[in-house]
Design a binder for this molecule. Structure first.
Ligand SMILES: [Zn+2]
Length: 385
């Protein structure tokens, strides 16, 4: 009995490995798959037949060969499944529809007038149906939904334990969505790290820190190639590391947290203190910065100082190869890049700083939605029989 369970386990593991390899290296031949995965050509052939019957892959011509029989190439069948990725922000929903190959079929941004969970759930339902109609895709072709939220998510249950900016506590969003497909819920910065890894500027990196800078600061950690969750799924809450003992109060109840000095909200508060002007959004502050407003320049300089200080601490502790800056401030890359790098260097242990790459997200507002969709596809493929 035990033997047959192990056999079934090995079998589905090998099938998943093959599909995953095709996903990353397509188009590819059976022989290449067998050689690179260390699985026999006969087994590869069996799984290829199954995957083709299931519609997940298709053959796509022949590889160039130097004499002998030509080898058939295999690639994903992009239209075999579609997945939605959703990023729930405080004032908007970012929704992306992708196919199995990760091509973006449709991206939408929808304003949120209220953010109680019932309202958000019904708006999501309505929006997904509308998008399906727009691209002429029956909802039955949707294989899953990945959702990113600004808060603490129990990775096992998908329950949103605490999302202070949305005012949510113990919200089971999945149960509020009247759909029959699997749903994955993940913290927004963790999802964005996955987005950068698969769609963005940090493709195929194995150790990266994604720093999500918004009204607070969160980070997503990819360590040794995998998303790192920690004991209670709280890994990455560096926004609450103390950088100023007895410093400014934080909404977490403590004082001197990193996000109180380096987030967009921190920047806007500092600007108001300096200029007496209360801005409505961080976008306005960035515009003032671009116009060379002296107060805005001073404020952004201060924020960059604290960002660099905090990031240096993360680099010292985690030894990543890449740090990706995400959030609206990433759009100011050309103006803050050098200064931020200098701040990091000034506060970093010399050996940890060597070889570090500082990158700015180019995915605009899409990193979390794309990452959440990618996590959903990973989840679907992990359940292959
Ligand atoms: Zn805090």
């Amino acid at each position: 009995m035990k033997k047959s369970i192990n056999h079934q386990y090995m079998r589905s593991t090998n099938k998943r490995l093959i599909l995953d390899f095709i996903r990353k290296k397509e188009p590819i031949t059976k022989k290449e798959l067998a050689d690179q995965l260390g699985i026999s050509v006969t087994s590869v052939a069996t799984f290829i037949t199954e995957l083709m019957e299931e519609g997940l892959i298709s053959s796509s011509g022949n590889a160039d060969s130097s004499g002998g029989r030509k080898s058939e190439l295999y690639r994903l069948n992009p239209d075999s499944l579609y997945v939605f990725g959703i990023d729930i922000q405080i004032d908007r929903l970012i929704i992306t529809l992708i196919n199995l190959s990760g091509d973006i079929v449709k991206a939408a941004e929808i304003k949120l007038d209220q953010n109680n969970e019932w309202f958000v759930a019904s708006l999501i339902t309505k929006s997904l149906n509308q998008i399906c109609e727009t691209v002429n895709l029956p909802f039955s072709k949707i294989a899953g939904i990945g959702i990113g939220v600004p808060g603490i998510v129990n990775h096992h249950t998908g329950i949103i334990e605490f999302a202070p900016n949305l005012g949510w506590k113990n919200v089971n969003l999945t149960s509020l969505l009247p759909v029959e497909v699997p749903i994955i819920v993940e913290n927004e910065a963790k999802a964005a790290a996955v987005g950068e890894l698969n769609f963005g500027i940090a493709k195929a990196k194995t150790n990266l820190i994604y720093v999500s800078i918004g009204s607070g600061i969160g980070t997503g950690l990819i360590l040794n190639g995998s998303l790192y969750y920690g004991h209670n799924f709280l890994a990455g809450e560096f926004g609450h590391m103390t950088i100023a003992p007895q410093g400014l109060p934080c909404r977490c109840g403590k004082e001197g947290c990193w996000e109180v000095y380096a987030s967009n909200d921190a920047a806007m508060k500092l600007y108001q203190k300096k200029s007496g002007i209360k801005l409505q959004s961080f976008d306005e502050l960035l515009e003032a910065f671009y116009r060379k407003n002296p107060d805005a320049i001073e404020v952004i300089g201060r924020i960059v100082h604290f960002l660099g200080l905090g990031i240096a601490n993360l680099i010292n502790g985690l030894n990543p190869e890449v740090v990706v800056i995400g959030g609206k401030i990433a759009e100011a890359e050309s103006l803050i890049n050098y200064r931020l790098l200098k701040e990091i260097k000034d506060h970093c242990f010399e050996y940890s700083y060597r070889g570090i790459e500082l990158l700015f997200s180019r995915l605009k507002n899409q990193a979390t939605a794309l990452g959440a969709a990618n996590l959903m596809i990973d989840g679907l493929l992990a359940n292959l029989k």
